[in-house]
Design a protein around this ligand. Structure first.
Ligand SMILES: *[C@@H]1O[C@H](CO)[C@@H](O)[C@H](O)[C@H]1NC(C)=O
Ligand SMILES: *[C@@H]1O[C@H](CO)[C@@H](O)[C@H](O)[C@H]1NC(C)=O
Ligand SMILES: *[C@@H]1O[C@H](CO)[C@@H](O)[C@H](O)[C@H]1NC(C)=O
Ligand SMILES: *[C@@H]1O[C@H](CO)[C@@H](O)[C@H](O)[C@H]1NC(C)=O
Length: 566
């Protein structure tokens, strides 16, 4: 019986296709005529087969410049949008990053159309990443002038804190920027061991990178027509965990006005300092460098660092069960930067920022249907629960009507009903939906406004099609909300187009006013401290509360952050 790893299935399937990261300026637009593959790349099917070997499509036409306080920004113009890439910070290995004081292109490059190399991560060719990865992409509607004053939307990508980048599939911000009349900014931050496991014990380097990205935006976005008093931060999955972390950092509070959290696995909570130290000392053993031996640490190759990270992740659950399975390396409640667990284990700080919290219909389907490829008899439901929850929680879950077997299976006394149905619902409720709703109630109780939604229409994110459940009509798997928000669904159905338009109209209003209510669409009621009023996004009306009622998850069945008292 396996302890399934929520999120890791999704992670291993993540694919890169939007603007394959360029190795150097030499492989980008300007020299495409010199690329021996350029003729083949132009043929639709063959170009697709060659994938990364081909340069990005030559749709960006002319270059342009913008004067900022720290130098001249060079960008490229496409229809309706200007795109800029910039290195917003730099860092020595395992040291805190410093905000850039001059405007420079990523990758030490000179070509304004080149995309940033991604941060070091597994399953990517070494030539596509660099430790010098603290860059961001800015998408600016062409109608904006430096004297105009427009909202700014900052998207923090997901990938379980070990993968992902500003050039992930679907994250081209052009459509979203035009539709919401905002500047869309997508920063990168250090991942995995390089961002979370500094051998001398410095914590939260990746989170500090994102704070530096926000600081850079605060200092420089006005030159592009951005309004520093209307910055909305948003993210999905571990990107949303990063947003929740920022909400728990008082010293970053002045850098944004509102926040959006999509599919945050809130069950886990942050890491505690002691858990971080346990992981850290195990990691230092794996790389065989003492905490104070910086010359040993700087001599390591990136491959050695990543291989040690893989080995650590493999044993992290046995080192400390509180790491959980979804994102064992994550932000740490260190008491200095993050000053509150921001969960039900401690008094919630008083808050006033408006937030929007969403999940998708089948968050856990990638894990459950990816792990168990054929039906599971009902009598295995409890044993599987016991491996993934403790016995007490498993017993309560098994005894509850929320996860009862289908009536047919029960009545006939047979065990043929597929228990994956209940396991999927259970995983979705436990890791994402109910824990997000508990957070929303706490937020409202303590003074902030919060709108809760659940996507019942999505767009299959590349990689998710490997799990057949995710392509069934009506399924919405983890990550399937991303291309809806960005308006980057390759061939949208009418239901997808309708939801894209609706979400972009609501996001536009939310950035301006803190409310996602627009006259053209049904009312989206604020959560109250007892009723989250979760709007069915893509369906109609509100989502049934079910097991997310306050007396069940979070009370009869505690979340992991309660069990481990993180
Ligand atoms: C860890 O090392 C980095 C790089 O030398 C340094 O900037 C940082 O202050 C050190 N942190 C601690 C806690 O010693
Ligand atoms: C840019 O140049 C600096 C200094 O030589 C180097 O440390 C860094 O790795 C370079 N960045 C990239 C992406 O090549
Ligand atoms: C992961 O751990 C198991 C046992 O705990 C071990 O057999 C396996 O070799 C490890 N894999 C890696 C990649 O370290
Ligand atoms: C199971 O549910 C029944 C009815 O709701 C309740 O009376 C009983 O105490 C529960 N048993 C356990 C072990 O939770």
């Amino acid at each position: 019986m396996v302890a399934f790893s929520f999120l890791f299935v999704a992670l291993s399937l993540v694919s890169f296709s939007f603007g394959a990261p360029t190795v150097s300026d030499a492989t980008t637009l300007q020299t495409s005529s010199g690329n021996p593959l350029s003729v083949l790349c132009g043929l639709p099917l063959i170009g697709q087969l060659l994938g990364k070997l081909c340069p990005p499509k030559q749709s960006l036409k002319s270059s342009l410049t913008v004067k900022t306080a720290i130098g001249t920004a060079q960008g490229v113009a496409d229809s309706g949008i200007n795109r800029f890439a910039v290195r917003y910070a730099s860092a020595e290995r395992w040291a805190e990053s410093n905000v850039a004081t001059t405007w420079s292109l990523p990758n030490n490059g000179t070509n304004p159309s080149a995309l940033p190399l991604v941060c070091p991560q597994q399953n990517i060719d070494d030539s596509a990443f660099s430790e010098d990865c603290l860059s961001m992409l800015l998408y600016v509607p062409q109608s904006f002038t430096p004297s105009s004053s427009n909202p700014v939307f900052v998207w923090v990508h997901g990938g379980s804190f070990v993968a992902g980048s500003a050039t992930d599939t679907g994250l081209d911000g052009s459509n979203l920027a035009v539709a919401t009349q905002s500047i869309v900014v997508v920063p990168q931050y250090r991942l995995g061991a390089l961002g979370m496991l500094s051998p001398n014990g410095s914590t939260n380097l990746g989170l500090k990178d994102v704070i530096n990205a926000l600081t850079f935006i605060n200092k420089n976005i006005a030159a592009f027509g951005g309004d520093t008093s209307r910055v909305t931060i948003a993210g999905q999955s571990s990107g949303a965990t990063m947003i929740r972390s920022l909400l728990a950092v008082p010293s970053a509070s002045h850098l944004f006005q509102s926040a959006i959290l999509q599919s945050d696995p809130m069950d886990y909570g942050f890491l505690s300092v002691t858990t971080q130290q346990t992981l850290q000392s195990a990691y230092n053993g794996l790389i065989n460098c003492a905490a104070s031996d910086y010359s040993c640490q700087t001599a390591l190759s990136v491959d050695t660092i990543l291989n040690a990270q893989v080995a650590l992740l493999n044993e992290s659950l046995s080192l400390d069960a509180s790491v959980g399975t979804g994102e064992p390396l994550r932000t740490v409640n260190d008491g200095t930067l993050i000053t509150s667990p921001l969960d039900s284990t401690a008094p919630f700080p008083s808050v006033n920022k408006p937030i929007l919290v969403s999940t998708v219909l089948n968050e856990a389907a990638l894990t459950i249907y990816g792990e168990f490829t054929s039906p599971i008899p009902q009598d295995e439901f409890l044993p599987i629960c016991q491996v993934n929850l403790d016995n007490a929680r498993a017993a309560t879950v098994d005894n509850s009507s929320f996860y009862a077997p289908p009536a047919a299976a029960k009545d006939s006394g047979d065990s043929s009903g597929d228990a994956r149905v209940q396991l999927q619902t259970l995983g979705t409720d436990y890791i994402w939906r109910c824990s997000s709703w508990t957070f929303a109630r706490n937020w409202k109780t303590n003074g902030g406004s919060v709108y809760v939604g659940m996507y019942s229409v999505g767009a299959t994110y590349p990689g998710n099609e490997a799990v057949p459940f995710c392509t069934k009509p009506g399924s919405v798997c983890h990550q399937d909300d991303i291309e809806i928000v960005f308006g980057t669904v390759p061939h949208p159905t009418s239901a997808q187009s309708a939801l894209i338009n609706e979400m972009q109209a609501r996001y536009k209003e939310f950035m301006l006013t803190g409310s996602p209510n627009v006259p053209a669409y049904p009312p989206w009621y604020e959560a109250t401290s007892s009723n989250v009023n979760a709007l069915n996004l893509g369906g109609s009306g509100e989502v049934a509360v079910g097991s997310c009622e306050p007396s069940f998850w979070g009370e009869s069945v505690p979340y992991d952050y309660q069990i481990f008292n993180i």
